[in-house]
Design a protein around this ligand. Structure first.
Ligand code: NAP
Ligand code: GCO
Length: 263
């Protein structure tokens, strides 16, 4: 019996048109899951559907703002009608605003909390009843190094991702009795559009200072690739992790274990 086999499972990956969500969804599909994803705009959903099709994955795409509880409830109901009850939820959709705290408006702070913390609550709340009905469920919240560490300009994001770590532990505590496992994945620094500004080549062609900094802080001496997250996600989405609950699996090349290379 292959405990990593996801055949027959319906997986919803929020914000799965590209980046980490797309890579995780692709890994879940490779393990047999049926992929459902959402994005904010139809053109992005269409772009995502084309990208999945290019990999031979017949995905189902929905336009939905994960912050809108009514829209999320309606999307989950539509997915049940079109595809089936969601067995696996990956709360991946997220934003970041890199602004020094004293220059950050409360509105900007709230927007980051809304997408990165309130929305995972909203989507999990919409999916859990179906998981209870089916007698099993897997929730994977995409946390961050900032679930454990702070740094300049990311106060809202760190607050949200720290909260998401505790929301993960709370869902574990409240719904573990229904055979629902809720865990987190904490990616390190990954090459996606979200971190592109931190990797931009300088005018003289040299690496961005932050790029060099991350290389010095990562034992693997490289940025992560979205594909590095697929295997850990398959593990946490599969029966192989049925007794793993409330855990944040850091997939960071060793950053959290390392003081950093001496300059
Ligand atoms: P990304 O490239 O910015 O992609 C984020 C995805 O979420 C996009 O498809 C985006 O859609 C979608 N999204 C944003 N707000 C949404 C909303 N309100 N409703 C629906 N979809 C929404 O980010 P990423 O780097 O792949 O990161 C994915 C997740 O991993 C995020 O939660 C991020 O915080 C986390 N993470 C990233 C890293 C990293 O180094 N990249 C490390 C740790 C954790 P639009 O294109 O329409 O905005
Ligand atoms: C930043 C980066 C990080 C990564 C990720 C690290 O500005 O520090 O965007 O926050 O996105 O969350 O795990």
């Amino acid at each position: 019996m292959n405990k990593f086999d996801l055949t027959g499972k319906v997986a919803l990956v929020t914000g799965g048109s590209y980046g980490i969500g797309f890579a995780i969804a692709s890994g879940l599909a490779e393990a047999g899951a049926t992929i459902v994803f959402n994005d904010l705009r139809q053109d992005l959903v269409d772009k995502g559907l084309a990208a999945y099709a290019e990999k031979g994955i017949r995905a189902h795409g929905y336009v939905c703002n994960v912050c809108d509880e009514e829209a999320v409830q309606a999307m989950v109901a539509k997915i049940k009608e079109d595809v089936g009850v969601i067995d696996i939820l990956v709360n991946n959709a997220g934003i970041i605003k890199r602004i020094p705290m004293l220059e950050m408006s409360a509105a900007d702070f709230r927007q980051v909390i809304d997408v990165d913390l309130n929305a995972p609550f909203i989507v999990a709340k919409a999916c859990i009843p179906g998981m209870i009905e089916k007698g099993h469920g897997k929730i994977i919240n995409i946390c961050s190094m900032m679930s454990e560490l702070g740094r300049e300009t990311v106060s809202a994001y760190a607050a949200a991702k720290g909260g998401l770590k505790m929301l993960t532990k709370n869902i574990c505590s409240e719904y573990g009795m229904y055979n629902i496992q809720c865990n987190g994945i904490g990616p390190g620094y990954i090459e996606t559009p979200q971190t592109a500004p931190l990797r931009e080549r300088q005018a003289d062609g040299s690496r961005h200072p932050f790029d060099q900094f991350i290389i010095s802080k990562t034992p693997a001496e490289r940025w992560g690739k979205p594909e590095d997250l697929a295997g850990p996600a398959v593990f946490l989405a599969s029966e192989a992790s049925d007794f793993v609950n409330g855990h944040i699996l850091y997939v960071d090349g060793g950053i959290l274990a390392y003081i950093g290379k001496q300059p």
